[in-house]
Design a protein around this ligand. Structure first.
Ligand code: SF4
Length: 499
């Protein structure tokens, strides 16, 4: 019986087929950008945790990759006789191997015991963290470690970074000792079931479903989807929540195609999507769109933000995972129909927030609607800026009073079959204005790429030439977002735009 790593046992908890594929066909896994980014964040938080749990720097790190697994396990056993913190301590017992983020020595009646801390980059304790801790403690205790307790340290999203490299408040601990010490039999049964799956000669048959993204995106999704019938017009293009009756009907009849879904189980919007998809003809209630926009007179502003977030904040006064705007584009359409664009972009590496807020107030003027697409995002960022800079709060919050969301107008009045169930601006724009294409942009073509480009521009090793190129790409991308809104507004309101 070959030992399973803790991560494979947790893969089994997500889906038995995933475990089998991890063991027998790992080459089929395709990790997404999101998965890779999650690992990077995990390493950043892990580095900070080491400093916090070992302020005097006496602790020792075990590196199983370079030392080899057997050496890592035996070095761990040696270090457990000492009294210094251990990071990535390795244990192997009962057919499972696991590495603990932090082991802290605890003196009890003259003897050394150990407290284990698992460090997570999420902002709360999730059920799969509890499973993770249960496995971790089971393996450590089974290998003879006198474990006195186990805690999960996660990021405190309310904490505000005070600056000067002081991360003492970044992590918040939850004690899970009683819970995980009581789950020994459960963990034993997972190991036995997982070993049975691994021993199978053939890939288990499991249909794709909710488990493929819960708790993590499964890297085998493309492989599993390629095995089943591919729907031409899949049911998941239907917008909004599917009713319980519809869900039950789909499951009972094994439906995958939109055309097989009965109209009477769909709401109005879902029926519109189905009808447009099957007929291939777009839906456009222009009268309703004109009416929705009639109250908002020129001059009009069209605004879009790009933001960045850090699990470990780098700027004083910001919180973990706070969305911090570093760029905006603003198109202004005057009463006479003249269109002008202004932009803000800070690639200095300093906190862009205050300059961003001041510039935004200046360019938005005093009156006129400010159109955005999915208003919740921009208005939330403006409120956060108002909280951080009380002197600017009045002017910033006044901008929010003028915000008008184009997304509900699009959702209620327009649908093109090519949108495939999405009303993101990147899905609506090609349908309404096929000559405007994000794919034609050089480099940055979506929000995720904008974040990556921003981080690259800030990196000390990035050359001046590359930074200038990124600047051009970011400016062009954000400008297209707001120009797209101008064009959408013109189509929806029935207005002509001057060239
Ligand atoms: S994609 Fe879904 S069904 Fe396939 S292995 Fe992953 S979790 Fe299981």
């Amino acid at each position: 019986m070959r030992p399973l790593s803790k991560s494979r046992l947790l893969a089994f908890r997500q889906c038995p087929k995933r475990l089998w594929l991890e063991v027998h066909r790992p080459e089929l896994r395709e990790d997404s950008e999101t998965t890779r980014a999650r690992f990077t964040v995990g390493h950043q938080v892990g580095d900070i945790a080491r400093r916090l749990y070992d302020p005097t720097g006496r602790g020792l790190l075990i590196d199983a990759q370079s030392e080899g697994f057997d050496a890592a396990f035996s070095r761990t056993q040696g270090l457990l006789q000492s009294e210094q913190p251990i990071f990535e301590a390795g244990f192997c017992a009962k057919g499972v191997l696991a590495f603990a983020d932090v082991m802290q020595p605890v003196k009890q009646r003259g003897k050394i015991g150990w407290r284990m801390v698992e460090v997570k980059s999420s902002t709360s304790v999730k059920d799969y963290h509890r499973d993770d801790a249960a496995v971790q403690s089971f393996v450590a205790r089974s290998s003879g470690v006198p474990l006195t307790g186990i805690a999960l340290a996660h990021i405190d999203s309310d904490w505000v970074y005070p600056g000067d490299d002081d991360y003492s408040g970044l992590l918040r601990e939850s004690d899970l000792t009683d819970e995980v010490f009581g789950r020994v039999e459960e963990v034993r049964s997972w190991i036995a079931e997982a070993q049975e799956i691994v021993a199978k000669k053939r890939e288990p048959s499991v249909a794709t479903g909710k488990q493929c993204g819960d708790p993590y995106e499964c890297g085998f999704l493309a492989h599993c989807q390629s095995q089943g019938p591919r729907a031409e017009q899949p049911i998941h293009w239907l917008p909004g929540r599917l009713s319980n009756r519809l869900q039950a009907h789909i499951e009972a009849h094994g439906l995958t195609e939109l055309r097989d879904v009965p109209d009477e189980l769909l709401n109005d919007k879902q029926q519109r999507v189905k009808a447009a998809t099957l007929s291939g003809k777009p839906y456009f209630d222009q009268q309703a769109a004109v009416a929705a926009l009639a109250a908002h007179k020129l001059p009009a502003y069209f605004l879009d933000f790009e933001t960045i977030q850090f699990a470990v904040p780098i700027w004083k006064g910001t919180r973990p995972y706070q969305q911090i705007p570093f760029q905006f584009s603003l198109h202004r359409l005057s009463r006479k129909g003249k269109l002008e664009q202004q932009a803000f972009l800070d690639l200095s590496g300093k906190d862009p927030s205050k300059a961003f807020a001041e510039s935004l107030i200046t360019v938005c003027g005093e009156c006129g609607p400010i159109f955005v697409y999915n208003a919740g995002f921009e208005t939330a960022r403006i409120r956060e800026l108002a909280d951080r800079f009380p002197r600017l709060a009045g002017s910033l919050l006044a901008l929010n009073e003028r915000v008008v969301d184009l997304l509900p107008v699009a959702r209620d009045c327009y649908y093109h079959p090519s949108q495939q169930g999405s009303w993101s601006i990147k899905a609506v724009l090609p349908a309404l204005c096929p000559e405007l294409r994000y794919g034609d942009l050089d480099g940055v073509q979506n929000g995720g790429m904008a974040m990556e480009a921003y981080l690259e521009a800030l990196a000390p090793q990035t050359s001046i030439e590359r930074k200038a190129e990124i600047e051009r790409q970011l400016l062009a991308y954000c400008a297209l977002d707001t120009f797209a809104m101008v064009r959408l507004w013109a189509k929806f309101s029935g207005s002509d735009l001057k060239d």
